[in-house]
Design a protein around this ligand. Structure first.
Ligand code: FA5
Length: 340
């Protein structure tokens, strides 16, 4: 009777072990068959109650079966381990010869692109590129530009003051003063950079924006020279012949002073949201350098004169790329930046 049970157990046990598909399944089969409370253990508990000669026989069969099942268990275990290893290698396979993904290439900010193009253009026309500090002296930002304390023109640029006679420069014009001190005469210079004003921020105004200052001092410089350089500059940057107009504009450091507009490139002058339906877009302030400014920097206005201009680089980039809200430019939003 027990012999019969053992034979059946051999068939079903081997099947269970050999068909175990995972190590967990195999472990369950091992516990079920060979464990302390497993089928074999149950049977060996019955041995003492058997007559002695049958006990020896069944004991022998039981041992043989145990060895058979253990061997089958070890074999299946090795098979499953190898299978698992192969599956893992398949999963974790890495082609070391593939080229690395590498860093994602960035691109220059649209303002930087416009700035660099303008620098190259002016260098090609004999201008020197200068930079000045963002924290300036009150003297360079205002006084030396013919804007003494109490002058109402100081109110045109709401200023961030720093202690000790310093301020965050409100325009790049103080670099004119530094240029006259550094370069000698005749001079041609441009100075791009960041400027700051306590502005109410909206689609067209930032508190932090970029300008490009320009100055040329020589003998017999006229408004005609100014117009020539402005037209050359704007046509180059917009990659097309532009139409400009000068309107009287007041800046204490130039006389005469102008606001220079370009016919709107978006609508061709018919009127659109970008030009606020006037057909023209203001680009820069400019004029002939005021004799007081020359005098304050030790230059004789009877011998020398010149022109100066201050271009809104931020607005220029907006017009060139058709950006309708200035706040995009300093948003740091990659969806915006990746377009350039
Ligand atoms: C000036 O800053 C003068 N220094 C320009 C100048 C230089 C005149 C040399 C004469 C000779 P204005 O404040 O208008 O001028 O600013 C010049 C340009 O900066 C503007 O035409 C505009 O394009 C840009 N701009 C002014 N305020 C802002 C602002 N809040 N946000 C963005 N761009 C601005």
């Amino acid at each position: 009777m027990l012999r019969h049970t053992l034979e059946e157990l051999q068939v079903s046990g081997l099947e269970k072990i050999q068909q175990a598909a995972t190590r967990d399944e195999l472990e369950r089969a091992r516990v079920e068959l060979l464990g302390r409370k497993g089928s074999l253990a149950q049977i060996s508990k019955q041995l003492p109650s058997l007559p002695p000669e049958e006990r020896a026989q069944v004991g022998y069969l039981l041992n043989t079966l145990k060895e058979t099942l253990e061997r089958a268990y070890q074999e299946r275990k090795a098979q499953l381990e190898e299978l698992e290893l192969r599956q893992r290698l398949e999963r974790e396979w890495v082609d070391l010869t593939l080229p690395a993904a590498g860093p994602r290439p960035g691109s220059l900010h649209p303002i930087t692109q416009v700035q660099q193009e303008l620098e190259d253009l002016f260098i090609s026309m004999g201008f020197t590129v200068l930079s000045g500090p963002e924290v300036e002296t009150e003297y360079n930002n205002f006084d030396a530009l013919n804007i003494p304390p109490e002058h109402p023109a100081r109110d045109m640029q709401d200023t961030f003051w720093v202690e000790g006679g310093f301020l965050l420069r409100t325009h790049t014009s103080p670099v004119q003063i530094r240029g006259m001190q550094q370069l000698g005469l005749p001079l041609r210079m441009v100075a791009p950079g960041r400027v700051f004003r306590n502005e109410e921020v909206d689609a067209a105004h930032e508190h932090t924006f970029y300008q490009l200052e320009g100055m040329m001092i020589d003998r017999d410089v006229s408004v005609a020279h100014l117009i020539y350089f402005m037209k050359t500059m704007l046509s180059a940057i917009y990659h097309q012949e532009v139409t400009i107009r000068l309107r009287p504009g007041y800046f204490p450091f130039v006389e005469p002073g102008f606001e220079l507009d370009v016919r709107c490139l978006i609508c061709g002058g018919r009127g659109c949201p970008v030009c606020k339906y006037v057909g023209w877009s203001e680009q820069l302030g400019c004029g002939l350098v005021h004799p007081n400014v020359l005098r304050m920097s030790g230059i004789d206005p009877d011998e020398w004169n010149g022109f100066a201009f201050g271009l809104g680089l931020t607005r220029l980039a907006m017009m060139r790329y058709g950006i309708d809200d200035i706040r995009w430019l300093q948003s740091g939003d990659l969806r915006f930046l990746q377009q350039f």
